[in-house]
Design a protein around this ligand. Structure first.
Ligand code: FAD
Ligand code: SF4
Length: 482
């Protein structure tokens, strides 16, 4: 096993006592010197195992070498060839289960900090735009593409297609761009200015943006097809899943989507300066164990809750949240109640939440996800006194577009039926990628799907395929299976 001479360079963070009282970014980023030291550890492996772990195939040794050689404009160039959103990915990608997991140093617990280096390069670029060559854009093809949504899938495909010379317009339902990056992930993990800067870089490629434009009501997908040569759907999975338990509609019970949208997008923590209020509970329970649950719990703490519990039906080992964020949550004082699940929400006479009844769980045999199935322990009910509960159990796509576009086939979860390699949907001329196809997943998986779809749309627009009406059948030779 390879042994690095020096250990992974730690990244400075705000101290837990201080940060739990503000929404400023927790991780502070590497200094130039730290980045160079970290970059100097990389072996520049010939078979580059780390790249195989990256869904958009960034030339990882290439950009790390450029940092080591003090060529930061060069590092930006290498990164941006494959990833137009490095400041975002450097902050929120689960590198520990992707590129860093395959790094040769990982077995000794000392993987190169690829994400931190990516973030360093991206932040350097934002402060040194004049030193970086603008991304090249090909000559106009005269073809027009409509991209619906403005989350990471849509931003990525918009940038790729614009670079290929196509005329791209993004249609976003909300009053601002970024999707979950803006309305879901809080500033203390991903500052909205970083998202804004990276969106501006994409607009600079010539991408047009229509805000407050809900496709499915203002204009249908079929109508878009009348005025664009191709349509990409990157509409995400914004419909929260609830537990269907008694008392779930009591005042004080939120979906994580609603809670985080109020806090992040509408800045409810600055009410009444901003117009949207949010109920700030004193005793808060968040149900779930993913990144969304961690974000909701840590936001509630920052809003002034005295006590925040995370109630999760499996054990800590099965939690899907990033390890780093679970550790941050522990440090900030979040209390985890593992192997427990709510059975009902209890309210007072005014229908305001006052407690949750939970039941203890134990782990049985593995289920289809490979994780051990949680089973209730009969007679083990207990009550948790809380005035706010936040349900963070995942999301499904909103059915608005599929209900207004009969040709689009969906799975039983409401996700779009789509060819994995190309993003083609069952509707000729329409592609899709990201959470609307996979259900809630990750930023980088949405970006990877968008890049594959961009290649296919480009071929289609250049006439490498048959006319749209025969598109699916002739190119795949069959109807897609549900
Ligand atoms: P989205 O980001 O959901 O964007 C879809 C966009 O489409 C939205 O802006 C929406 O308003 C718009 N839209 C929807 N319908 C219409 C319509 N009809 N007309 C016009 N516009 C429409 N992933 C990670 O990798 N790391 C993390 O740490 C992480 N943390 C997360 C924390 C939270 C709180 C949440 C909710 C998710 C997190 N994720 C994380 C998941 C990640 O954010 C998503 O997988 C990713 O954003 C999906 O990208 P997308 O482009 O498919 O969709
Ligand atoms: Fe560098 Fe690790 Fe990739 Fe090897 S596997 S090139 S050491 S980042």
């Amino acid at each position: 096993m390879n042994k690095p001479k020096i250990n992974r360079v730690e990244m400075p963070r705000q101290k837990a006592d201080k940060r739990k009282g503000n929404f400023n970014e927790v991780a502070q980023g590497y200094t130039h010197e730290m980045a160079k030291t970290e970059a100097s550890r990389c072996l520049q492996c010939k078979k580059y195992p780390c790249i195989k772990g990256c869904p958009v195939n960034i030339d990882i040794p290439g950009f790390i070498k450029a940092i080591r050689d003090d060529d930061l404009p060069g590092a930006v160039g290498v990164l941006k060839k494959d990833n137009i959103l490095p400041g975002i990915c450097g902050r929120v990608c689960p590198q520990e289960t992707q590129c860093e997991e395959l790094c040769v140093f990982n077995k000794s617990g000392n993987a190169i900090a690829i994400g931190r280096l990516e973030r360093f390069v991206a932040d350097w670029e934002l402060k040194n735009k004049d030193k970086v060559k603008p991304v090249a854009v090909s000559r106009s093809t005269g073809k027009k593409v409509a991209v619906v949504g403005s989350g990471p899938a849509s931003l990525t495909i918009a940038a790729d297609l614009a670079r290929m010379g196509h005329d791209v317009t993004l249609f976003e339902a909300l009053h601002t761009t970024g999707g979950v990056l803006i309305y879901g992930i809080p500033d203390f993990r991903l500052p909205s200015e970083i998202v804004g800067e990276e969106v501006d870089n994409i607009k600079a490629l010539g991408v047009k943006v229509e805000l407050n434009y809900l496709i499915g009501t203002i204009e249908s997908v079929d109508e878009l097809l009348g005025r664009f040569d191709a349509v990409f759907l990157g509409t995400g999975a914004g419909l929260p899943i609830f537990m269907n338990l008694p008392g779930e509609n009591l005042s004080g019970v939120y979906s994580a989507n609603e809670f985080l949208t109020r806090v992040n997008l509408m800045q409810a923590y600055r009410f009444p300066e901003y117009h949207t209020p949010v109920k700030v509970g004193k005793q808060v329970a968040v149900i779930g164990g993913g990144n969304v649950a961690m974000d909701a719990a840590r936001s509630a703490l920052r809003l002034g809750a005295d006590k925040v519990y995370v109630v999760y039906r499996r054990s800590e080992a099965e939690m899907p949240a990033r390890r780093e964020e679970v550790e941050n949550a522990y440090e900030e004082g979040i209390e985890f109640i593992f192997l427990a699940n709510p059975t009902r929400f209890l309210g007072d006479e005014k229908k305001v939440l006052k407690a949750i009844e939970c039941i203890r769980m134990e782990l049985g045999e593995p289920d289809s996800s490979g994780r051990r199935r949680p089973l209730p322990v009969s007679g083990s009910e207990f009550t948790l006194d809380v005035d706010v509960a936040i349900v963070a159990l995942g999301t499904n796509p909103n059915p608005l577009i599929t209900s207004t576009t009969p040709d689009l086939k969906t799975t039983r979860w409401g996700t779009l039926v789509c060819d994995e390699d190309t993003g083609r949907t069952t509707c000729p001329g329409v592609w899709a990628g990201g959470d609307v196809v996979t259900g809630s997943a990750t930023v980088i998986s949405a970006m990877g799907a968008a890049r594959r779809a961009a290649v296919d749309i480009d071929k289609y627009l250049k006439g490498d395929y048959i006319r749209p009406g025969q598109y699916w059948r002739e190119s795949k030779g069959e109807e897609p299976a549900e």
